[in-house]
Write a protein that binds this ligand. Structure first.
Ligand code: MF3
Ligand code: CO
Length: 258
């Protein structure tokens, strides 16, 4: 498959889709309190889907059974919401949501600490993962390369003693949730494909407190750390413009916003 570069018009549609994703994630994060189940969070997302008249990108995708991925503590990504999974104070939960509006996709994830109580260890893992995404977004200028993005994530995370998951990568985004090119969270700066205006990608660092190795449960979705260390995940859908990154799944302005 080849990369589909987007017109201005298409990027505006991807922006509308991204804003819907951001709004729904706001609601889900607000509902992630001690005592809530991950199935409750899935219902909050489903309510948002109805209210904003978007279509889930996850439900039915290769048989995925929910509209949200909820990845608690040692789960890296693709945790399936469950009625019997009750959130406790201090859990860290990755919340990943994607949907289509007017035929265009938005895809984004955040990790939060449940309740008021955190520990320096958990907070540092979550902060470092978010910062690794911010560093990667700062690389999203025409003329830079995909290796600059991967290196930004990897260097930031590894400098704090963490490891970056290599088994899953980011991706192009458009009329499909997953388009070319793959966007690894590792690499060498100055290497890889050159990025140019009109490219739209999801960058999604997954950072483990321990080793990088992944285990997938028998449900064939839940991906967790082999060593059962904590893991965090952030994701944004970003358009590369002549002025730099436009973070489509973030309501606040970015260098490439109009
Ligand atoms: N945001 C994730 C991704 O980019 C989640 C998709 S998993 C799904 O791959 F199966 F639920 F769609
Ligand atoms: Co994604």
């Amino acid at each position: 498959m080849r990369i589909k570069y987007k017109s201005r018009d298409e990027i505006l549609k991807l922006r509308a889709a991204g804003l819907a994703v951001s709004e729904i994630l706001d609601d889900v994060c607000a509902a992630a309190v001690p005592g809530a189940t991950t199935a409750d969070l899935d219902r909050v997302a489903a309510d948002g889907i109805g209210r904003l008249k978007v279509k889930s990108a996850f439900l039915g995708y290769q048989g995925y059974p929910a509209v949200l991925c909820t990845s608690v503590n040692e789960v890296i990504v693709h945790g399936i919401p469950r009625e019997d999974e009750v959130l406790a104070e201090g859990d860290i939960i990755g919340i990943d949501f994607g949907s289509y509006l007017d035929g265009y996709c938005g895809d984004s994830a955040r990790t939060i600490v449940v309740g008021g109580k955190t520990t320096p260890e958990k907070q540092k893992l979550v902060d470092t993962t978010r910062e690794s995404l911010e560093k990667a977004i700062e690389m999203c200028y025409p003329g830079n390369r995909l290796g600059d993005i991967g290196a930004a994530v990897q260097n930031w995370a590894e400098a704090q003693g963490y490891s970056v998951v290599k088994d899953f990568v980011g991706h192009g985004v458009g009329r499909q949730m997953h388009e070319d090119p793959p966007v690894p969270n590792y690499g060498r700066s100055g290497h890889g494909k050159r990025i140019k205006s009109g490219l739209v990608i999801a960058i999604e660092p997954m950072v483990n407190a321990g080793a990088q190795h992944v285990e997938v449960l028998d449900d064939e979705w839940t991906a967790l750390t082999k060593d059962r260390s904590m893991s965090a995940h952030f994701e944004h859908t970003i358009a590369i413009t002549d002025n730099g990154p436009w973070v489509l799944t973030q309501a606040a302005p970015s260098p490439g916003s109009p």
